[in-house]
Design a protein around this ligand. Structure first.
Ligand SMILES: Cc1cc2nc3c(=O)[nH]c(=O)nc-3n(C[C@H](O)[C@H](O)[C@H](O)COP(=O)(O)OP(=O)(O)OC[C@H]3O[C@@H](n4cnc5c(N)ncnc54)[C@H](O)[C@@H]3O)c2cc1C
Length: 579
């Protein structure tokens, strides 16, 4: 065990939210020392793969109220309206500031920043940098963070637990992946920015690193998980790999067609079909509805059958080569490389794939969690602006707005905290070393294979917590997950090497995924209604009388305990969600 180090603020995660938080804290006070810990080099965070864009009001024909209303409507009224109002108000400033930091927003010939159409948005308001928006955003944030001497990075360090003493978060323990050593950092406040957990499902657009670590770490430390039953499927992923074909391809005018070449969305109340996209209609309907239409179309036998299951066609041919190369070059690159198809001359095979977690660590509007000394922002958090269904292009904006809010709030909190008389972290870190050795690094015996358990988890999640859900199948999934947890205690880890030991990392990540999966399935089981992405065949209607409320899952030894909390409603009264 090496000596522990001390910082004022510790941020776990170097994606969009983590970097934005670090910059905000560094700007707030040059006297604060800020640690940024990330299990991958920051530029490899999942934010880098965002394609379509970031939403914010830029034009006269748009308004903050319209952005707020679209978001709340899209959320099926589960979003907290005060949080949504903060998002839309602060978005334009954040997005323009990002350009000043170097993000090359695409522009119209008249010099104005371009905006494109996105699902569920009533006007064009999604800013983009071609179709590599996340890459440019993350790069701009990363290079800006380098300007601040008070940000200290710990790259390729895998956080394994929050250290708690006296009911308060005091820092983290992590494995340095390069050396295999367990170390600890003491901090006055921790901001969790570890992103989502799409990997608990078998087909996902999410990078392999999105395993819900931060959600599980906070949950284990006693923080509640909010609205975890809401899992977003994106209607257009590539079969097999799950690689995302951005919604911008439909925003630019792409069509979804069944095996007869028919634009089937017109049969589900989203019509009539038009040549150019019409807001909130047809292919620009929200993601939860489009994903359900696919399943119904499949049940009618009107989809294609392929080696990776059913699929439909995303047809971009009528857009022409020039537009595709200008506005969707990455789509062309991805489809050529991964399915051997040129979208200029052939339609792209697509199917719904798990994309985003609406739920996460419960926070207030300043990113503060109920656990003293812990803040959270980005996809790991649930503030909540997404409610039961997120609108595409709101998340990158969420990372900026609430990352910045978290950084500022944590800075103020840290400045208020006295320096601790003793450093309690050293002893806690030794305990963590012993735990990791016993359960993973020096574990003796064991017969279970990590990959087998992971696959079984993903399978049962798709069956019980997929696009359509019902009581019996969800209960089965909850039971399966308990059993998998028992099997996990008996895993076998053969590789004893300390340097970049991927077998160990895989086991640690599965530990967190099992935790998160259980919260998703149990929260879903108890929400006996259909709202946004949570669709139950046994309770097909939205039930505001009983379920216009957030679920909050707390960890107990026997599984999650679910409580409920009210939704903040400011100016938009719930109404039926029709497009
Ligand atoms: C393919 C794809 C395309 C998308 N396109 C768009 C889009 O066009 N518009 C939009 O608004 N949204 C989009 N999204 C969603 C959006 O990109 C994400 O929600 C957002 O980028 C998440 O950012 P984040 O900072 O919260 O997390 P991430 O970018 O996922 O970063 C997480 C960070 O946490 C670190 N970390 C995780 N666990 C640990 C651990 N145990 N120890 C240490 N560090 C850890 C990682 O190293 C990483 O640095 C897309 C998502 C995907 C998957």
């Amino acid at each position: 065990m090496s000596m522990t180090v001390t910082h004022d603020i510790l941020i776990v995660g170097g994606g969009g939210a983590g970097l934005r938080a670090a910059i905000a804290a560094a700007e707030h006070s040059a006297g604060l020392s800020i640690a940024l810990v990330s299990k991958v080099y920051p530029m490899r965070s999942h934010t880098v793969s965002a394609e379509g864009g970031a939403a914010g009001v830029m034009r006269e024909e748009d308004s903050l109220d319209q952005h707020a209303r679209d978001t709340i409507f899209g959320s099926d009224f589960l979003a907290d309206q005060d949080a949504v109002e903060a998002l839309v108000q602060e978005a334009p400033r954040e997005l323009i500031q990002l350009e000043h930091w170097g993000c090359p927003w695409s522009r119209d010939p008249d010099g104005r920043i371009s905006v494109r159409a996105f699902g569920g948005m009533s006007v064009d308001r999604t800013l983009y940098a071609s179709d590599k928006t996340g890459f440019h955003m993350l790069h701009s944030l990363f290079q800006t963070s380098l300007k601040y001497d008070n940000i200290v990075r710990y790259d390729e360090c895998f956080v394994t637990s929050l250290l708690i003493d006296d009911g308060k978060v005091q820092g983290v323990a992590f494995v340095n992946l390069f050396s295999g050593r367990v170390q600890a950092i003491h901090a006055k406040v921790v901001i969790m920015c570890t992103g989502g957990c799409g990997r608990v499902f078998p087909f996902t657009t999410n990078a392999a690193i999105k395993t819900g670590d931060g959600m599980a770490l906070a949950y284990r430390a006693g923080a509640p998980m909010k609205d975890m039953e809401f899992v977003q499927y994106h209607p257009t992923g590539l079969p097999g790999t799950g690689i995302l074909i951005t919604e911008a391809s439909r925003g630019e005018g792409g069509w979804l067609c069944n095996k007869d070449g028919y634009r089937y969305l017109q049969d589900y109340g989203l019509g009539p079909p038009t040549e150019t996209p019409v807001h909130r209609k047809m292919e620009l309907g929200p993601r939860d509805i489009l994903s359900r239409c696919f399943v119904q179309e499949d049940q009618k036998g009107r989809t294609f059958e392929g080696p990776h299951g059913s699929y439909v066609h995303l047809d971009l041919r009528h857009l022409g080569e020039k537009l595709i190369d200008q506005k969707l070059p990455f789509v062309r690159e991805l489809t050529r490389n991964y399915v051997g198809i040129d979208p200029v001359v052939e339609p792209i095979p697509v199917r719904p794939v798990v994309h985003y977690m609406m739920g996460g660590i419960h926070t207030d509007i300043d990113a503060k969690t109920p656990l003293d000394g812990l803040y959270a922002a980005g996809e790991v958090a649930c503030v909540s602006i997404n409610g039961a269904n997120r609108l595409g292009s709101n998340s990158l904006t969420e990372c900026l707005v609430f990352g910045a809010r978290a950084g500022r709030a944590a800075a103020e909190y840290a400045l208020d905290q006295p320096a601790p008389a003793t450093n309690p972290v050293e002893a806690l870190a030794s305990d963590e070393q012993r735990r990791l050795d016993a359960q993973f690094f020096r574990k003796e015996g064991g017969t279970e294979n990590v990959a087998d358990i992971r696959e079984a988890m993903q399978q049962t999640m798709e069956e019980g917590a997929g696009i359509y859900r019902d009581e019996a199948r969800m209960q089965q999934t909850c039971n399966d997950l308990r059993e998998l947890r028992e099997r996990f205690a008996n895993i076998r880890i053969e590789d004893r090497n300390d340097i970049f030991n991927t077998e160990r990392i895989g086991a640690l990540e599965l530990d967190y995924m099992l935790e998160v999966a259980e919260v998703i399935a149990n929260s879903a089981l108890l929400r006996r209604e259909s709202r946004g992405s949570h669709t139950r065949t046994d309770h097909p209607e939205r039930d505001d009388a009983n379920f216009l409320k957030h679920s909050l899952a707390y960890r107990t030894e026997t599984g999650p305990r679910i409580e409920y909390a009210p939704v903040s409603i400011t100016r938009w009264q719930p109404e039926e969600r029709k497009y």
